[in-house]
Design a protein around this ligand. Sequence first.
Ligand code: NAD
Length: 357
Amino acid sequence: MRIVVLPGDGIGPEIAAATLAVLRAASERFQLGVTLEEHAVGHASLEMFGTTVRPDLIETVRAADGLILGPTATFDFKDEARGEINPSRYFRKNLDLFANIRPARTYPGRPARFGTFDLVVVRENTEGFYADRNMEQGNAELLVTPDVVVSLRRITRLCCERIAHAACRLAMKRRKRLTIVHKANVLKIGDGMFLDVCREAARGYPGLAVDDVLVDAMMAHVVRQPERFDVIVATNMFGDILSDLTAELSGSLGLGGSLNVGAKYAMAQAAHGSAPDIAGKDIANPISLILSMALLLAWNAERIGAPRFEAAAHGIEDAVAAAMREGRVTRDVGGTLGTTATGQAITDLLRSGASAS
Ligand code: NAD
């Protein structure tokens, strides 16, 4: 099992190091035989190779069993002609990672400011308002005159269908509840199609309860009553914004794990960015990337039919829950530990077979 690791910018190298410590321990305990191959991406790569993503990396990743991508300083990368490529966009688009799975849950033993909940945001990942990736060629943001900008959103039936089915399949494995988040009252054609396609897809899953909520109202509903939701499906930008909110409601954006999945490939990636405000201080929460890595292992369990990868994913999630319960975590979630020590605590708990409760 070969995993490619690209630590990224800002807090990326710190949380990646903690994540790899946990992954090595999981590989030993569950006999996964994981080997790691690390490469530079983002600013480190720009300095060394004149580009934020070396072109040969795509084949390296295709030949591997998964990618762990740390957060990158995407806001800094403005000009592709100067090698400033957005690594996140690059891998999502080139590997056609159409589903972004973003679980969020509260943990026993940690104060839950907005009630206890366990939900997953399933975000379309390849089109929508993301102007840097929704065109075959060129960019969907146009400077019409120096003072007029047009930004185009692309919505296709195919992308709606595949994200709808990904969400329905996941909901059927969970509490069988699907919420469709949209703005079909204003974006009547695009979000109208998204809503229709999701409803139609859901009809093929017997016993699946479906409702839909306007995206603006959703910001209130998910704060007021997060326990009401199980699987939430949304277009790209709405899903991105909503999942940062659900991560923070669960305790911290630093708990926001995520997996980008396509038909053949998967990429583990924290939901948050490179957090330059806390980089280099050993205070970033590594749990986001640790949980993302666990999702990658679970995906591999299904891909190669090896239940020990699923067991490893559960073992990591249990170790995280135990660290949360015991307060052996970073300050953003009420602990006193640094990034490295949190990774070490989770590694120790994983080795000792800690349970979630
Ligand atoms: P951010 O997500 O990096 O940070 C938002 C806030 O959350 C900050 O206060 C930060 O300190 C905190 N935070 C984030 N991760 C944390 C963690 N693990 N532990 C504790 N606190 C954490 O958003 P930003 O500051 O607006 O963006 C910084 C850079 O990241 C920008 O260049 C942006 O474009 C980029 N970005 C990258 C990705 C990605 O690589 N997928 C995603 C979002 C933003």
